[in-house]
Design a protein around this ligand. Structure first.
Ligand code: GLN
Length: 456
């Protein structure tokens, strides 16, 4: 913990941390030592972590990357973090992210951008950009992130680390500040599939405080990960595994460096015993408009609670209550958040609801059905996480639609609520890391982690 706190200080220029609490971290480390001395053998005991600033914390500030939450203190810890704390992990602090997790480059944070540790001129991806940079720069061995439309997988891919977004409902959303509630999922970002498995086991599980939490017994993902497939050998741990390659995940527009690295990863999986089969997800392109209707619709509703009354920032000068709401929100929210609130309010309004929101919901169902069709032909689906490697800071900042289009490969799995991973498979343009995306059917986290582990 001491060593990493020093690294956090010497790497301040990355912009990964929004809050560091050295005293609390050292005290937690001491408490973990005492537990270990008392015979506790927990795998996560004393492991230093840091957390995306979208999880509320009682003993640290929570901003969600937004000015509107400046000065806010939560009276409780998010369930996911409370479970990690109970497992004896040490928290170094809170990590930068796009404002309310809206973004793909961590350039929408009110507290400044985050640099990619591989090349400071490039973005770390988003919205969990601080988590990705902190793990990649070895400031922490692992961190928490959240993924609504790719925000664990894409930054993991851009920084050469491993991340998993579990099946919707596996991790509690209680205390995770809501962006799009039907899509939001927490997950770990770490150096390996094995570390992800250990963290996910501790973070996940039923929580009666989240109405969409899935009721099932606690899972040991690390044990599931290690369970060899039938017929598998040490040399061929993936024997018998059918990996589906949706042809829509390899379009003409895919940049050649990413295509090459991903195909090398796939041929590695073949050597490990997997068979590759071509499948189709015909509505892949539609996932973009569908997501960018549904996510803003839910955001416009979720973010109505930030009105200057209950949380954080309140405008200093105002005439009456309505004026206070207006000024608080005008001052507190950044441009991307305002854009989404407007889109969301529009698609939900009378006369447009049927034309946009309802159509999007119908297509969402069809996208999920397409996956089920695929899973009759394969066990896992693979492809790129993103069409390019991490881009340079400032590129695409003024073109939100361009940024939305880059989410094409992560959005379908999110809309379907499926588990997905990013596993580093090589390097592309500028020596930047490239991640392979693996998607599994519902509750197939063990199979995903096993495949990723074999590749590592
Ligand atoms: N890039 C997507 C967006 O801006 C996904 C973000 C996320 O998963 N939180 O909405």
């Amino acid at each position: 913990t001491q060593h990493l706190l020093a690294r956090v200080t010497s790497h301040e220029a990355l912009g990964a941390f929004l809050h560091v609490d050295a005293d609390a971290a050292l005290a937690a480390a001491k408490a973990a030592d005492a537990r270990r001395a008392g015979g506790d053998t927990g795998a996560l005991l004393g492991v230093p972590l840091a957390h995306k600033d979208i999880f509320v914390t009682r003993d640290m500030p929570t901003t969600a990357g937004s000015k509107i939450l400046a000065g806010y203190r939560s009276p409780f810890d998010a369930t996911v973090l409370a479970r990690l704390f109970a497992a004896g992990t040490v928290s170094l602090g809170k990590l930068n992210c796009d404002e309310f997790a809206m973004g793909s480059a961590n350039e929408n944070s009110a507290y400044g951008p985050v640099a990619n540790p591989w090349d400071a001129a490039r973005v770390p991806g988003g919205s969990s950009g601080g988590s990705a940079a902190a793990v990649s720069a070895r400031l922490v061995p692992a961190a928490t992130g959240t993924d609504t439309g790719g925000s664990i997988r894409q930054p993991a891919s851009f920084t050469g680390i491993t991340g998993i977004k579990p099946t919707y409902g596996v991790c509690s959303r209680y205390g995770m500040i809501a962006f799009a509630s039907s899509l939001d999922q927490a997950g770990p970002m770490a150096r390996s599939a094995e570390d992800c498995a250990l963290l996910l086991s501790a973070m996940s599980g039923f929580d009666e405080r989240d109405a969409t939490s899935v009721e099932r017994p606690p899972q040991d993902f690390h044990a599931q990960m290690q369970q060899a497939r039938e017929g598998a050998t040490a040399a061929q741990p993936l024997k018998g595994l059918r990996i589906g390659l949706p042809k829509e995940f390899f379009p003409a527009g895919l940049s050649s460096d990413v295509d090459k690295a991903v195909r090398e990863g796939l041929s590695q999986m073949e050597k490990l015993g997997a068979t590759l089969v071509e499948v189709s997800l015909p509505r892949t392109e539609l996932a973009i408009p569908v997501y960018y209707i549904i996510a803003p619709a839910e955001a416009s509703s979720n973010l109505s609670r930030f009105d200057g009354v209950k949380f954080g920032h309140r405008a200093a000068q105002y005439d009456d209550l309505l004026d206070m709401y207006k000024k608080t929100r005008a001052e507190g929210f950044g441009a991307e958040v305002k854009r989404r609130i407007m889109i969301g309010s529009y698609v939900l309004s009378h006369g447009y609801y049927d034309a946009y929101y309802l159509q999007a919901q119908k297509l969402r169902r069809m996208i999920a059905d397409d996956f089920q069709q695929c899973f009759t032909q394969c066990d896992l689906i693979a492809g790129p996480v993103a069409p390019t490697v991490a881009w340079k800071h400032g590129e695409g900042k003024d073109d939100p639609v361009k940024a939305y289009l880059a989410d094409i490969f992560t959005l379908p799995g999110s809309l379907a609520g499926l588990p997905g991973m990013s596993v580093p498979v090589g390097f592309g343009e500028g020596g930047m890391p490239v991640g392979l995306q693996l998607l599994g059917n519902y509750f197939q986290e063990g199979r995903l982690l096993h495949a990723a582990h074999a590749l590592q």
